[in-house]
Design a protein around this ligand. Structure first.
Ligand code: ATR
Length: 287
């Protein structure tokens, strides 16, 4: 890679940033496309997110990704925010504009593109959404945007499920999100569901954990997405498959959130062929 006076610098702000796969995505994209761009992780500690953004802008940083714990904290420091990102309340991509950065959320469009690439659809589907944290809340919005038929939001704590359902239904002025307690899954209407696993249960190193152990739950699932990608196949995914359903992990969501950010920064469309090449690199690097 040749760095010269015209090299555009993009990066990631978060804490921690050591284990990120984002440099793999963006630096390989730049290489394949022969674009003079480098992508570097920036560790931002404490409450220095405002300084980080102002400093990045002053240094002419071309675009930024934002990860934990700053996806909401960056919002007050932006010039503008995209509507979906505003609804979700989380920004993972900053695009440089004339007077400051504009914030986007490419996680949800990334999940959608990942699902589409595996021939999954949300439109018209009956969805079981597991979890009521930030990730599940964003997925609930995606389900609304995409016109899911109904969404049963199952969570360990009923209070959180009710709060998320109320908020998302309120934003979209529909009553499609139905909150339920995880253990009440037996009360789900008889259907073959699309299940989206949006809790942290089963994440490395707790690879034996699964949000619901009961075998009969898995008979209801035709297709499933686990947002986790480490391990590559979660226990949740194995149980879905053992009961005849298909399952995908969250690695392609990570890939496509990066690709969509890159497309926003560079005003290009990344081909399917290039996306596949990047995915191979990501699989190599995560070993
Ligand atoms: P994020 O913002 O990344 O989605 P979060 O806000 O910490 O993360 O949410 C984690 C989700 O995982 C929550 O839905 C949580 O359930 P509670 O709301 O009941 O806490 C769920 N979760 C975490 N550990 C769990 C466990 N052992 N069993 C069931 N659900 C669990």
């Amino acid at each position: 890679m040749k760095i010269d006076g015209k090299t555009r610098v993009c990066g990631l702000i978060g804490n921690p940033v050591e284990h990120t796969l984002s440099p793999v995505i963006h630096n390989h994209l730049a290489k394949i496309e022969n674009r003079n761009l480098v992508y570097v992780p920036f560790l931002v500690e404490g409450d220095r997110v405002k300084e980080a953004i102002e400093g990045a802008y002053a240094l002419n940083i071309y675009g930024l990704n934002v990860t934990v714990p700053y996806k909401s904290a960056v919002i007050p420091h932006l010039k503008e925010i995209d509507k979906l990102a505003g609804n979700i309340g989380a920004v993972n991509t900053l695009v440089r504009t004339e007077n400051g950065y504009k914030g986007y959320n490419t996680d949800m469009p990334g999940l959608l593109r990942a699902m589409e690439s595996e021939n999954y659809t949300i439109r018209g589907e009956s969805v079981i959404l597991l979890g009521a944290g930030g990730a599940a809340r964003a997925v609930a919005m995606l389900c609304m945007e995409q016109g899911a038929k109904e969404v049963f939001l199952l969570n360990r704590s009923m209070e959180k499920a009710i709060a998320v359902a109320k908020e998302v239904n309120g934003i979209y002025k529909e009553e499609k999100i139905v909150p339920m307690k995880l253990t009440d899954y037996r009360m789900l209407p008889e259907r073959r569901y699309l299940a989206i696993q949006a809790t942290s249960v089963g994440l490395y190193p707790n690879v034996e954990d699964v949000v619901l152990m009961e075998e009969e739950f898995y008979d209801k699932i035709a297709a499933a997405v686990d947002l986790i990608y480490n391990p590559y196949e979660t226990r949740f995914m194995s149980m879905v498959k053992a009961h005849g359903g298909r399952a995908m992990n969250g690695l392609k969501m990570l890939l496509y959130q990066g690709i969509i950010a890159y497309e926003l920064w560079n005003d290009v469309t990344v081909s399917q062929e290039t996306a596949e090449k990047i995915l191979i690199k990501m699989k190599e690097e995560r070993k």
